[in-house]
Design a binder for this molecule. Structure first.
Ligand code: ADP
Ligand code: NI
Length: 202
């Protein structure tokens, strides 16, 4: 199989498994991460584009949030890529990259490919799409949008816990630039949100 054919087959499998997912981990999240990862990789000399594409396609395959709190990344990635006769050492590299990507696992991305996929995944938590995903995820967990008396468990709190911290955590130069713009969009959104909430629009 050519690399193109392998990527097409992986994409097809992911499309079948993730279509209609409603918590922000849907197929199109993954497609955006692949697109941005390849875009970033194009600005980073030395990045292995095949590894970047494979890791981006499978990065949420075993996510613990989708599997009752258990991370099944290694097993599911190995099964999927193994069924396409991809060499074991390539599969091991993809598993390693994916293990370094997740925000919630708090791991550091060591390889250039992991840095790139991590940036692309984090970019999708920012900007207009990031805002949409926060409330989709929050809704799936029956979270309130916001509660000024008890903000801790609300979707707005997630902006402070995660989203607003991301722009300073980007690994690559292009992602830092895009994250800066998306960060300003989040700040403007919050300002407008509170103004509407408090009846203080000018
Ligand atoms: P990713 O798949 O992009 O690595 P996560 O799995 O951590 O990110 O989260 C998926 C999406 O859900 C992200 O857009 C994130 O901002 C959002 N999200 C994660 N945790 C919360 C939360 N506690 N409240 C609201 N949104 C959340
Ligand atoms: Ni993701």
């Amino acid at each position: 199989m050519t690399k193109e054919a392998i990527i097409a087959a992986v994409r097809q499998q992911i499309r079948e498994q993730f279509s209609g997912e409603g918590t922000g981990h849907d197929y199109f999240h993954i497609e955006r991460v692949v697109r941005n990862a390849l875009r970033i990789a194009g600005t980073e000399p030395g990045a292995d584009l095949f590894l970047v594409a494979l890791a981006a396609w499978v990065h949420d395959l075993g996510d613990y949030k989708l599997h009752g709190g258990v991370d099944r990344s290694e097993a599911l990635i190995t099964t999927l890529l193994g069924s396409l006769n991809i060499p074991q050492d390539t599969i091991a590299k993809v598993v390693e990259i994916v293990s370094q990507v997740s925000f919630s696992k708090g791991k550091t991305a060591e390889s250039l490919e992991a840095k790139i996929v991590q940036d692309a995944d984090r970019l999708d938590a920012l900007g207009a799409i990031g805002i949409a995903r926060v409330f989709a995820f929050g809704g799936s967990r029956h979270r309130e949008l916001y509660n000024p008396d008890d903000p801790e468990q609300t979707s707005i709190q997630h902006f402070y816990d995660k989203l607003l911290t991301l722009k300073d955590k980007m690994n690559t130069s292009l992602a830092r630039t895009i994250a800066g713009e998306r960060h300003r969009y989040l700040e403007a959104f919050l300002q407008q949100f509170y103004a509407e909430w408090n009846g203080e629009e000018s």
